[in-house]
Design a protein around this ligand. Structure first.
Ligand SMILES: NC(=O)c1ccc[n+]([C@@H]2O[C@H](COP(=O)([O-])OP(=O)(O)OC[C@H]3O[C@@H](n4cnc5c(N)ncnc54)[C@H](OP(=O)(O)O)[C@@H]3O)[C@@H](O)[C@H]2O)c1
Length: 342
């Protein structure tokens, strides 16, 4: 831990933090950080969740997000809540509602009833709430009106609205990360797997697309700064990289790690991406399984600029993502290799 991090921690050592979604990619890294900081951690695990890999000393409350008694037991007595649980893929709007909206509604109701003194409720939302930026170098900011282009983004927006509706009674903070990468991630892994073979296939224009990204441990640090800052109550923050990247910059970052001399790039035309999305999505709907891509996801993939501005988090929280793309990529690939994922 760095000296500045120790300063951030002053006064928080004796708190209890409730984390939902603790078994996921970001949750695992958050628990690791909280353990390093010496925080008391309680997790809310769904009945089907596998808690075998949870760090020692973590208190577990099990239940469903529609079980009021279980939620009461989860929220009672905690100082702060970080709500990470959710779904990034679902069959339809109802599936996104069940994964991303209902849990927030019920958690907030439980807080009102059983923990009115809660110091902070952090909702981990998503850049997809804002929708894509209109240009690649200046990203969307917290002042821009939300314009989600997918069912996932719309569900996160509904969850945000629930938080904002009760912000006079409960101190809420909303964090909107862009694409998150790092040890344990399985989504950006697919890009690394292609690049390891010297190939990049992009849905949309390889030459035009730019995106914000954040290394998972930077996100976790930023999230906790937002969770602990008095100034952040009632606010929304993009916790993101200092600037956006192009595919060529990502390729340049991975080339030395993979020892690649050349990467072959292919841009899939938008109509083809939508066609593939429709076919795979329809097959998924018929089978009743959540597909990797459907028409709705295709509409996320083809956008040119998934870019957001770090300005407000820098100003209010003093947060800067310290991990360079080169360092983050090297650490991520090294982790994937150690697990045999690459
Ligand atoms: N990864 C990214 O690039 C990214 C970017 C922006 C925003 N986010 C948001 O950050 C949060 C965590 O993302 P992640 O990448 O860590 O996701 P993840 O690896 O898929 O983990 C999500 C966790 O949510 C819980 N969960 C799974 N299905 C659920 C359901 N149907 N209903 C309620 N909870 C469910 C599970 O935790 P338990 O088993 O412990 O219950 C799961 O481990 C999500 O809310 C996501 O929308 C992620």
């Amino acid at each position: 831990m760095r000296v500045t991090d120790k300063v951030e921690l002053k006064g928080y050592m004796s708190e209890t933090v409730l984390v939902t979604g603790s078994t996921g990619f970001i949750g695992t890294r958050l628990l690791r950080r909280l353990a390093e900081e010496g925080e008391r951690v309680r997790v809310f695990l769904r009945p089907e969740s596998n808690g075998d890999a949870l760090p020692k000393g973590v208190e577990v409350v099990r239940g469903r997000f529609d079980d009021v008694d279980a939620l009461a037991g989860a929220v009672r007595g905690v100082d702060r809540i970080v709500h990470l649980a959710g779904v990034t893929k679902a069959l339809d709007e109802a599936g996104y509602d069940a994964g991303n909206v209902m849990p927030v509604r019920n958690l907030l109701a439980a807080v009102r009833e059983h923990n009115p003194g809660l110091k902070r409720f952090v909702l981990v939302s998503s850049l997809t709430v804002a929708g894509p930026a209109s240009e690649g170098l200046r990203g969307v900011s917290e002042h821009d009106s939300p314009a989600p282009v997918s069912a996932y983004g719309r569900s996160k927006l509904r969850a945000e609205a629930l938080c904002m509706e009760c912000s006079s009674a409960i101190p809420v903070t909303i964090v909107r990360p862009p694409a998150v990468y790092g040890p344990g991630d399985r989504d950006v892994l697919q890009v690394f797997q292609m690049l390891a073979k010297g190939v990049l296939v992009s849905a949309g224009s390889v030459a035009r697309q730019r995106f914000s990204m954040i290394y998972v441990d930077d996100l976790v640090r930023g999230m906790m700064m937002a969770a602990r800052s008095d100034r952040a109550a009632g606010s929304i923050y993009y916790i993101t990289s200092p600037r956006s990247y192009s595919w060529n910059e990502l390729i340049a970052a991975v080339q030395p790690v993979f020892g690649l001399t050349k990467v072959y790039k292919l841009s899939l035309p938008r109509p083809l991406v939508f066609l593939v999305g429709m076919v795979i999505g329809a097959a998924g709907s018929l089978r009743g399984t959540v597909p990797l891509i459907n028409r709705d996801k295709a509409n996320e993939l083809v956008q040119d600029y998934w870019v957001c501005s770090p300005g407000k988090a820098e100003l209010d929280l003093g947060f800067t993502a310290g991990t360079t793309l080169e360092a983050g990529v090297a650490k991520t690939i090294s982790w994937y290799r150690s697990k045999g994922w690459l």
